[in-house]
Design a binder for this molecule. Structure first.
Ligand code: IVH
Length: 718
């Protein structure tokens, strides 16, 4: 006879299991942490009073086991195979050609695509629905019995959930990956460093190390998670495909990867690869490629395996994101804003799929933090579309003779004095000095107080130190940088005035600022006598300069090269002020009310407009140019009116400018950063932080192909 207390105990355990599943597997808790703790306390209380009733699969028993002396060897009933790798499209085609040959007449077979997780492989065994054993992969035939540690992992149920669709099998072995998410890893190392404990090199090492702790209490402190990816030995299970197997696992309360996808054909596999590569940065755990598996289990059996790898699966690895190389020199480069940026010149090395030979060291703080020296061996990282970074100096390989980087006191370009500045965080405060909003930023220090004193920017914290050339008006690098930007395609688009020609004319004293471009025609004879120039090339150049005199307001604003005022912001400014004169008279308060403009950018604009350098320059340009008044378009054509769109990543079939112009001319706003107000993001290849933010904020993401449909069927998207 079942006693009432037994039933309450069973119900309580079932309840906690369900909440564990909701929290750790579905990530959709139904109760608060407090309510969960209450349930658990109830369980502890009950078990304290009725110790004879405690069952091994009770949620309280996850950490109930005493430390072990050593792990027992576990012999896998079915070998845990490993995967062969391909790194290229050609090798993938070869793989599928081999599959085609063996499948003979079977066409259009299904392929199951999964991210390749960078964790530790395990095998878990349930007997009649109760978790019985957990073992590491070991050499594939023999692993270690780590059951007590596996039991501490909250996303692995101690008992399978009952379901009407699938019968609980008498025996089932599930393979999968134990991992630590990126955020949990950072946290884990933070705690370790606070306690002066060993720092883990990466999430994979941390996960594998945690699984092999003899004391399960230690393992239980580690944020381990689990995702199932394979089938082991099974009894009384009727399953014909991988996707059906995973569906069954989900019903039993086991997590599988939500990014898994069933496809047909190599093209779709490659699309999947690109898609996951694009999402790589924003995925919460480390992955190092994707895995393609034949979905049909009969197809898998037909193909079999060779030397420990299945013929029915292959890993398509991403290019390595880290590489080791040597610093050959460290230079300071002067940018068009005058800031001197330290750059490490490297022995060229392939990383993230491209050859890297230069790597920015950002600023003086970074030099102090890393202490990179010429001759040092360094680890470079290039992830997605993020610029390469030096993440570590390998001190054990440092030669004896190396010396610290000398911070220049003179500009390497013009020998003028170098000024030190600190970038800061900023707060916007109102009249009463009350804090309105805080903005973290790494901009140069600008103490800006608005004319009517309604708002002011207050520097609240010093950040990275910058050094800047003091010769803003004449430093050749600053002057040349500004001219290069001014004539670039998205600005005045002056053909024939490339970087080298600009350098030559500048050295000859004919091009000392952007306004001088329009005086070049007065020096035609001088120009023609310069080496490498003839009558034809000079008259072509003069022609394209003359043709550029008429310009849209937004392009003019963009061409000024104000810090952090890109194309989208320039367009918004033109739309707001319509005429240059009005823009030139603007103030801080007005600027921060404009879409997409925060205090940091507003301060940059005001500083530029008020600078001694810009004022006379703009006056000269106005004399030379015809700057058009901004005109709004016919409202019936504004099919995308009200949409806020962000473009990111590399687009293959359309130029970014083309897309932008088309969207803007239909009334959409093309903004430079993603927020909760963003209508959608159009993401190309290797999109990085913007895509990540869109995913985080649950903003819709479309790919390049969808863009055409947006133009054709705008109502679907507005
Ligand atoms: S399937 C027979 N799927 O990669 C196929 N493995 O090199 C066996 N891995 O030891 C594995 N993500 O630890 C499979 N989605 C995935 C995977 C995956 C990561 C690991 C696994 C295995 C290694 C094989």
């Amino acid at each position: 006879m079942i006693k009432d207390t037994d039933r309450t105990y069973e119900a309580l355990k079932e309840d906690i299991r369900k909440h564990d599943y909701n929290y750790y597997v579905l990530d959709e808790p139904e109760i608060s942490d407090y309510e969960y703790d209450q349930l658990f306390n109830k369980l502890f209380e009950f078990e304290k009073e009725n110790p004879q009733l405690i069952t091994p699969e009770s949620p309280s028993q996850r950490v109930g086991i005493a430390p072990l002396e050593s792990f027992k060897t576990y012999i896998h009933k079915k070998q845990m195979l490993s995967l062969a790798n391909v790194f290229s499209e050609e090798d993938l085609i070869d793989f599928f050609t081999r599959v085609d040959k063996r499948l003979v007449d079977i066409k259009d077979y299904e392929v199951f695509c999964e991210p390749k997780m960078d964790g530790a492989a395990i095998s878990i065994i349930y007997k009649n629905g109760i978790l019985e054993t957990g073992a590491t992969r070991g050499d594939g035939s023999k692993g270690e019995d780590v059951t007590s540690n596996i039991k501490t992992i909250k996303s692995i149920p101690q008992k399978l959930l009952h379901t009407t669709k699938f019968k609980i099998p008498s025996y089932i072995e599930i393979r999968g990956e134990v991992y630590i998410s990126k955020d949990d890893f950072i946290n884990l190392n933070k705690i370790a460093s606070e306690k002066d404990q060993k720092i883990f090199a990466n999430p994979r090492n941390a996960a594998a190390g945690s699984l092999r702790q003899l004391d399960p209490k230690v393992t239980s402190q580690r944020p381990l998670s689990f995702i199932a990816h394979g089938i082991g030995e099974m009894e009384s299970v009727k399953i014909e495909s991988l996707d059906a197997f995973f569906e069954m696992l989900n019903e039993f309360g086991l997590p599988t990867n939500p990014l898994n996808k069933k496809v047909i054909g190599i093209k779709s596999c490659l699309d999947y690869y690109q898609d996951i590569l694009k999402k790589r940065e924003s995925i919460s755990f480390d992955i190092d490629g994707v895995v393609y598996k034949l979905n049909n289990l009969k197809h898998q059996i037909k193909l079999g395996e060779v030397s420990r790898s299945p013929r029915w699966a292959i890993a398509h690895k991403f290019p390595a994101e880290e590489a080791t190389t040597i610093i050959e020199s460290i230079d300071f480069q002067v940018g068009r804003t005058g800031i001197l940026t330290p750059v490490a010149r490297l022995n060229p090395v392939k990383v993230g799929g491209v050859i890297v030979s230069n790597c920015t060291l950002h600023n003086i703080d970074e030099i102090e933090r890393l202490d990179p020296r010429v001759g040092d061996t360094v680890i470079i990282r290039r992830a997605g579309d993020v610029i390469p970074q030096i993440i570590k100096v390998v001190l054990s390989k440092r030669p004896n003779s190396v010396i610290p980087v000398e911070i220049p006191t003179k500009c390497p370009s013009c020998n003028s004095k170098v000024l030190s500045e600190n970038a800061s965080d900023w707060a916007v405060i109102n009249n009463d000095g009350k804090h309105v909003k805080k903005y973290g930023s790494e901009i140069e220090a600008v103490h800006y107080i608005d004319g009517n004193n309604e708002f002011s920017l207050k520097e609240i914290k010093n950040k990275a130190a910058f050094i800047r050339c003091s010769n803003e008006l004449e430093c050749p690098e600053i002057v040349r940088g500004n001219i290069v930007h001014f004539v670039s395609r998205k600005a005045f688009d002056i053909e024939g005035l490339g970087q080298e020609i600009i350098n030559t004319f500048n050295k000859a004293g004919l091009l000392n600022n952007v306004a001088d471009i329009y005086k070049l025609k007065n020096h035609k004879n001088e120009l023609m006598q310069m080496e490498g120039f003839g009558e034809k090339s000079i008259s072509n150049l003069i022609n394209s300069i003359e043709n550029s005199r008429k310009i849209d307001l937004h392009k003019f604003i963009y061409s000024l090269g104000i810090q952090e005022v890109g194309e989208a912001t320039s367009y918004n400014l033109a739309k707001e002020f319509k005429e240059l004169e009005t823009f030139l008279k603007t103030n801080f308060k007005h600027l921060i009310e404009i879409e997409d403009i925060g205090p940091k950018v507003a301060a940059n604009i005001i500083k530029f407009l008020e600078s001694e350098y810009s004022k006379p320059l703009i006056a000269q340009l106005i004399k030379e140019l015809q700057i058009k008044v901004f005109k709004d378009v016919d409202s019936s054509l504004l099919t995308l009116q009200g949409l806020q769109i962000v473009l990111t990543g590399k687009l293959n079939n359309f130029s970014r400018d083309e897309i932008k112009e088309n969207l803007i001319s239909r009334g959409a706003k093309v903004l430079s950063s993603v927020s909760s107000k963003t209508s959608f993001v159009i993401a190309g290849e290797n999109a990085g932080s913007k895509l990540k933010k869109a995913i985080e904020l649950n903003v819709k993401i479309y790919d390049e192909n969808e863009y055409e449909s947006i133009l054709k069927n705008p109502s679907k998207y507005t």
